[in-house]
Design a protein around this ligand. Structure first.
Ligand code: PMP
Length: 397
């Protein structure tokens, strides 16, 4: 019965890891997938996560189902973390929130909810995280893009962005990255966010924030949430998806939250009921363990401080690798300007390498990054940075 099932192409990001694993070259490097590695190239579990896992095991909790909306105290703490404790809509109890299957799951649920209430399209930056397109398409939305980045000079195309947002039809949904824009690593400055907020308001657009790197960008969770908080202060009724994959290193636990700011408590309740209507036939309810970890950390001041410090040390290692990569390319006598590597923030360096150069990097040097030239800085270590710089120099001179 499956004779007409054609072979699907491998996922552009996950497929890279498979190709990397099948490569037996000793100095091979995986800078494709965005998962943090320590300076020995190993996956990193935050010590505070290890500590609370022991506490959870000792409590001998049961494995009953969560509610459809997940763990309420986790959701409350996640919202405080993003919006800030003094956020007025939060204090007034008019933000509807649910636990989701990390960022990806939250994006999909809200895409479906939008679609079921008459939204036919969503506007995402060009470029954006590769999975945004299929997530929203599968939720029934037409995915359109607005200008975001100027490849010529490796910088934010702010004028193009504003001009395009002004052309989005009234009332449509616009997706914005809270911080550490994936893949470019370039964010608007706070004054630019103010301007974006006022254009979004003028056009009565619905701002949908994707927050996958809070704490991971600057090392300070408040600074990283500034764009979101500004929009909420400006009175936007935002929707927000949060992921704890990167900042807490909980990738495989699938911990995230989806929240929607409403006009009143009563409206928030109605929104919440609709989120649940979409979750129930999709995956019924979310997993418990990861949410328990985050809940334990964010409900304790000392543990939160430890988390912030450990998260900021990951950000610090990445920044030092950015500086070394750029310096090594300059020392090798590269003819290109690599200053964007240290201007960009978050997990990725949007290198500017062409598809052809990336292919040579892979075939000749066994270095695996996505075809758009996005290099996961999390996979760069003090041991392999010189090898990577030499290879980049070889393909780009
Ligand atoms: N949004 C953005 C911008 C991302 O970079 C990612 C992770 N690559 C996600 C959402 C979702 O990740 P997860 O589902 O692991 O939370």
């Amino acid at each position: 019965p499956w004779a007409n099932f054609t072979q699907a192409p491998p996922d552009p990001i996950i497929g890279l890891t498979e190709a990397y694993q099948n490569d037996d070259f000793p100095q091979k490097v995986n800078v494709g997938v965005g998962a943090y590695r320590d300076d020995s190239g190993m996956p990193f579990v935050l010590p505070v996560v290890r500590q609370v896992e022991k506490e959870i095991t000792a409590e001998e909790l049961d494995h009953e189902y969560s509610g459809i909306a997940g763990c309420p105290s986790f959701v409350d703490l996640a919202m405080k973390f993003a919006y800030g404790e003094d956020c007025v809509p939060l204090l007034e109890g008019r933000i509807a929130g649910v636990q989701t299957l990390s960022g990806t799951g939250g994006l999909r649920v809200f895409g479906e909810v939008l679609n079921s209430f008459g939204h036919t399209e969503i506007h995402i930056p060009n470029p954006s995280w590769g999975n945004h397109v299929p997530i929203f398409r599968n939720a029934g939305l037409d995915v359109k893009t607005y200008s975001y980045y100027n490849k010529e000079n490796s910088s934010l195309d702010f004028e193009g962005m504003i001009a395009d947002i002004k052309n989005i039809p009234e009332g449509k949904c616009i997706l914005l990255h809270v911080c550490a824009h994936n893949p470019t690593g370039m964010d608007p400055q706070i004054d630019q966010w103010k301007e974006i907020s006022s254009v979004v308001k003028e056009k009565k657009l619905l701002p949908f924030f994707d927050c996958a790197y809070q704490g991971f960008a600057s090392g300070d969770a408040r600074i990283d949430a500034a764009s979101l908080r500004l929009f909420v202060e400006d009175g936007h009724k935002v929707a927000l998806v949060q992921s704890f994959s990167k900042n807490m290193g909980l990738y495989g636990q699938r911990v995230g939250a989806l929240s929607v700011v409403a006009d009143s408590q009563e409206e928030a309740q109605r929104v919440l009921s609709q989120l649940k209507v979409h979750i129930r036939p999709s995956y019924s309810n979310p997993p418990r363990h990861g949410a328990r970890i985050v809940q334990k950390i964010l409900s304790d001041e000392q543990k939160t401080d430890a988390f912030v410090e450990q998260c900021s040390s990951m950000a610090g290692r990445i920044n030092s690798m950015r500086a070394t990569l750029k310096q090594t390319l300059e020392d090798l006598g590269s003819s290109r300007d690599w200053s964007h590597i240290t201007k960009q923030i978050g997990m990725f360096a949007y290198s500017g390498l062409t598809k052809e150069e990336v292919t040579v990097l892979r075939e000749k040097h066994h270095i695996y990054c996505t075809l758009d030239g996005r290099i996961s800085m999390a996979g760069v270590t003090s041991k392999n940075v010189k090898y990577i710089a030499e290879a980049i120099h070889d393909v780009s001179k």
